[in-house]
Ligand binder design. Structure first.
Ligand code: EPZ
Length: 418
């Protein structure tokens, strides 16, 4: 398994180009199931999860080609409706093929994703909505088996705000007979990007980005042509964290700052300076960060996917920071690893208290999940001495060429491929 060796202490300086958003690419790739013909999608990041989704779609009988951040998908010849456990267990987002398969072909057999490092992450709301739209749902030896002649429009209230649940049900509704109303829907930019792509395919969707989304079903959709994915707001936030913690000066190109209002406000409070320039968003880190509290909530609040990276910054800030994780029940796996580097963190349920220390010390640490691994990179970039981060396949799931991008702005970072 590959590992990263980082020698910290250097302020990062230079330009970073932000890649396409993983969490927009995955639902949009799954949505190609909904229309006969060849789809082309641009600015698709070259990531493990994207390749897994491509493999999953190919497994269903789709044609999948990926080159230079462009993917070509042809779902005209889908002849298999099963997403097997060995694929779903490596990527929960595989569940996003469930509703498009039922919407277009009237059937699907998808492995239940099972838990993951950050929590139980059930899909009960995906299934509740699908059932309300007339699907017959059976659970059999770890699989969801769903059948429907033609889904029909329904009014669905989502008890918990769920991103992929909202995305799945939008994809169920676009070909249903009648109108569907989704209430308490997720408002993430990735949901909006999926909706915009589906509208370009001929779907009738209004309200994406608000908490009530209305979808009027149509009989057929047409393939998407050169749809360009939005930039990855969490990669953007992660590079902001690297500039903030190293006292660096980065220009982030191709990003959308408007997708990160809560993160930018929090980092400004902590002493990071932002300047819009012609080349992109300039991010300047202070001599020393000021400790600030944070609480993760669904978009447009402070994102749970930035919690670990923000915590890494707070480990060396001046003062004490209290971070509350309200979205997932176990998203503090990075804490033990940060403490190995000298961080002073205590946890009480979903709340972490971080007392800023002068310096972190490099150490061998282990990545446990995607954003935890990102937080270890952020911490290692300012730590004194050498940090070795093991199991960085977690990082490769969601960050395109992160070590190359960091080296390009002066980080002393090396990937050891075993
Ligand atoms: C999406 O996961 C993202 N993944 C996650 O990003 C992100 O952390 C999460 O949304 C929250 O923003 C993708 O978009 C592929 P949820 P998702 O359904 O949709 C509960 C990353 O780092 N829930 O919004 O799986 C659930 O247990 C990944 O890129 C139910 O109870 O998350 C959780 O507590 C990690 N029943 C809360 O809702 C359901 O049916 C939010 O989960 C569905 C969800």
């Amino acid at each position: 398994m590959d590992k990263l060796v980082i020698r910290g202490g250097k302020p990062l300086k230079g330009e970073v180009r932000i890649s396409g958003a993983k969490n927009a690419a995955l639902p949009i790739m799954a949505s190609t199931i909904l229309a006969h013909g060849e789809h082309t999608i641009e600015r698709v990041p070259h990531l493990r999860d994207v390749m897994t989704m491509g493999r999953l779609l190919a497994n269903l009988g789709a044609g999948f080609h990926f080159e230079d951040n462009k993917t070509i998908l042809d779902c005209s010849k889908i002849n298999n409706f099963e997403a097997p456990y060995d694929l779903v267990k490596t990527m929960r987002a595989s569940v996003l093929v469930l509703c498009p398969l039922v919407a277009r072909f009237g059937r699907a057999k998808v492995s239940l994703p099972g838990g993951c490092a950050i929590g139980a992450r059930p899909i009960n709301l995906h299934l509740m909505g699908l059932e309300k739209m007339g699907a017959k749902i059976q659970l059999e030896s770890g699989y969801v088996i769903a059948k429907a002649n033609r889904l029909k429009g329904a009014s669905i209230y989502l008890d918990t705000i769920t991103v992929t649940g909202t995305e799945n049900l939008i994809m169920a509704a676009v070909l249903a007979k009648g109108t569907t109303i989704l209430e308490n829907a997720a408002r993430e930019p990735e949901v909006v990007d999926l909706a915009n792509c589906l509208i370009a395919m001929g779907a009738k969707i209004s309200g994406a980005g608000d908490s009530v989304i209305e979808i009027e079903g149509v009989d057929e959709l047409k393939p998407i042509n050169n749809y360009r994915i939005i930039p990855d707001r969490i990669e953007t936030g992660t590079f902001m964290a690297t500039a903030g913690i190293t006292g660096g000066d980065l220009v982030l190109k191709d990003c959308k700052p408007e997708h990160l209002d809560a993160v930018i406000m929090k980092l400004k409070d902590a002493g990071v300076v932002f300047k819009e320039t012609k080349k992109g968003l300039r991010v300047i880190g202070p001599e020393r960060l000021t400790a600030r509290d944070a609480k993760t909530i669904p978009y447009p609040g402070f994102p749970t996917d930035m919690q670990a990276q923000f915590m890494a910054m707070m480990t060396v800030a001046n003062g004490t920071s209290v971070i509350k994780e309200t979205v997932f029940e176990n998203r503090f796996m990075h804490v033990a690893e940060l403490k190995r580097m000298g961080a002073d963190i205590s946890i009480e349920g979903g709340t972490a208290t971080i007392k800023g220390v002068e310096k972190l010390k490099g150490a061998p640490v282990m990545a446990t999940d995607l954003r935890a691994s990102a937080s270890l990179v952020v911490a290692a970039l300012c730590a004194e001495g050498e940090t070795v981060i093991h199991r960085i396949y977690h990082l490769d799931r969601g960050y395109e060429k992160m070590d190359e991008k960091l080296r390009h702005v002066g980080a002393d970072i090396e990937r050891i491929t075993s």
